[in-house]
Write a protein that binds this ligand. Structure first.
Ligand code: DQA
Length: 142
């Protein structure tokens, strides 16, 4: 059974309460429940980690190298400027799929660029909570 880490970065713990017009009404827990249901359907094992700290996200990526077969990553705003997270993704041998709830290319200019995308397996952006399900599906079927 494939093991996939669902890794969420800063402010994603506030889903449902944070800018619902942009990120939707579903709470972080509700989104995780949808991902868990999809994982069962796909016969993969998912583990959830959320942190608001850059270092904790990097530690989770390092640990994933030995414990997981892939990562679905929403790095939040770190997507746009964290070279440290980019280097961590490049350092680990397992595939990482970058996901975003919102379409980052249709928003403010500073969100158009992802410093992570080039070292990720692919990017899924703009499908709300379904972005995570699509990312999971990509890793499960690959
Ligand atoms: C986000 C998009 C980022 O620009 C933003 O900083 C987030 C969430 C998304 O899921 O749409 O925190 O990654």
């Amino acid at each position: 059974m494939k093991r996939i880490l669902i890794l969420n970065g800063p402010n994603l713990n506030l889903l449902g309460r944070r800018e619902p017009g942009v990120y939707g009404d579903d709470s972080y827990e509700a989104v995780c429940a949808r991902i868990a249901a999809k994982a069962e359907e796909l016969h993969v094992r998912v583990t959830f980690v959320q942190s608001n700290s850059e270092g904790a996200l990097i530690d989770a990526l390092h640990a994933a190298m030995d414990e997981q077969d892939g990562v679905v990553l929403n790095a939040g705003a770190y997507t746009h400027y964290s070279y440290a997270i980019r280097d961590a993704i490049a350092a680990i041998k397992i595939p990482v799929v970058e996901v975003h709830l919102s379409n980052i290319h249709a928003r403010e200019e500073f969100r158009h660029h992802s410093v992570l995308a080039a070292v990720c397996r692919g990017q899924i952006s703009g499908f709300g909570p379904m972005s995570y399900l699509l990312g999971l599906q990509a890793l499960a079927l690959e």
